[in-house]
Unconditional design. Structure first.
Length: 390
């Protein structure tokens, strides 16, 4: 699954369209209740540094990719550590900068951007193969982007994206920099077989110089795209609230080939208050100073990019195994919430996280929701929740 920030999308013809007023919708209210937590500050097997994702296999075993180690750790359904797959290094099956990964019925694959290869392991952790990715698809050197497989396809290759770095030097003041991204099919040899779709995308980060970047992906009002398969994608569009209006709307379209089913959702936009804006600026200034940029330079950069007046109504999207689409609502709302849509894009429930928590959804399976959390001390955990009716 890919969540991208798309600035220019093809215009598919609509198979069906409807409007849903979320302020009037009577949806079942569900809440996440913690069942299991994995992660400690200094444990030998469960001290996480930078969790990139967590997925569950058919036996209920949890696979956690920690790109800070980097390695893949496996736990049983009770949270007991079973084994570690791979480790840091340049040798066979080792990792430097894992960029994407996935599970199939009998193996796990990890794509490493720094090493330019995909390593495949059995579910027990034995190395099956190391395959080099097509060097022509890696992207411009130093752009921080490269070939990123999304999911394995039955033909033996991958659905992948090949971002190209933004050109900040030629971007005009007041206009956000953009870059191209291509959705491609990668064959069994990891060569690019064909390009399925090309996008002009808003930049999800702003260069600070010295290797530093400011991430703005959750604040950008450009569309979000989730690729279901080679032929099917979901687009969340029109996330910018028009100024001077009390209500706004966003659209969700499920596209297949040249047609799409579209639903418009009306909502009450939340302003990006001054306190929130100040906290963002202060955080960005601090990060800028870490890479040698002065406060004045960072402020100038932020003025060049421009923060939106309202929070985008959707900040992330997750496609569940049963076909439901979980849309995470505004980032600075009182509590984290998800609007859950069925396969026909009709809303079926509104799910809330416990107050004071900011779970990052990683897997929705039958009977539970897995998420990554970080406490006030920066300790990361992988948490299993069950859904209960409020």
């Amino acid at each position: 699954m890919l969540i991208g920030l798309v600035a220019l999308l093809p215009g598919p013809s609509a198979l069906g369209a409807q409007t849903v007023d979320l302020s009037r919708a009577q949806l079942p209210a569900l809440e996440l209740v913690e069942v299991l937590r994995i992660g400690t500050a200094d444990g030998p097997d469960d001290a996480f540094q930078r969790v990139s994702g967590a997925r569950v296999d058919s036996q209920g075993h949890l696979y956690v990719l920690d790109s800070g180690i980097p390695a893949l750790r496996v736990f049983d359904s009770n949270g007991r550590f079973l084994r570690q797959i791979s480790r840091r290094g340049d040798g066979p099956g080792e990792l430097r900068a894992p960029v994407s990964w996935g599970l199939t019925s009998d193996h796990v694959w990890i794509a490493d951007q720094a090493l330019g290869r995909v390593s495949t392991f059995s579910l027990e952790g034995q190395l099956i193969s190391d395959r080099r990715m097509d060097p022509t698809a890696v992207g411009r050197a130093g752009a921080g982007a490269g070939l990123a497989p999304l999911k394995a396809v039955p033909e033996g290759g991958f659905l992948a994206v090949t971002p190209l770095g933004p050109d900040f030097a030629t971007s005009e003041r007041g206009r956000r920099p953009s870059f191209e991204q291509h959705l491609v099919r990668v064959d069994a040899t990891l060569g690019v077989a064909d390009t399925l779709r090309s996008y002009r995308m808003e930049s999800p980060a702003v260069s600070l110089g010295g290797g530093g970047f400011l991430a703005f992906s959750t604040l950008f009002d450009g569309p979000i795209v989730v690729h279901e398969s080679i032929t099917r994608s979901i687009f969340i569009e029109r996330r910018a609230a028009p100024p001077g209006r009390g209500t706004a709307d966003f659209q969700v379209a499920r596209s297949s080939g040249g047609s799409a089913r579209t639903t418009t959702y009306r909502y009450q936009p939340l302003p990006l208050g001054q306190t929130v804006r100040d906290s963002i600026v202060n955080a960005m200034v601090e990060r800028g100073q870490q890479v040698g940029r002065s406060r004045a330079q960072t402020i100038e950069l932020l003025q060049w990019i421009g923060l939106p007046a309202h929070q985008p109504p959707i900040r992330a999207a997750h496609l569940a195994r049963n076909g439901e689409l979980w849309l995470e609502r505004e980032e600075f709302a009182e509590r984290t919430r998800w609007l859950v849509l069925n396969g026909e894009l009709a809303p079926v429930s509104l799910v809330s996280a416990p107050r004071g928590r900011r779970p990052r959804l990683t897997e929705v399976v039958e009977g539970g929701v897995w998420a990554v959390e970080e406490d006030e001390l920066g300790v990361q955990s992988v948490v299993l929740y069950r859904l209960v009716r409020q």
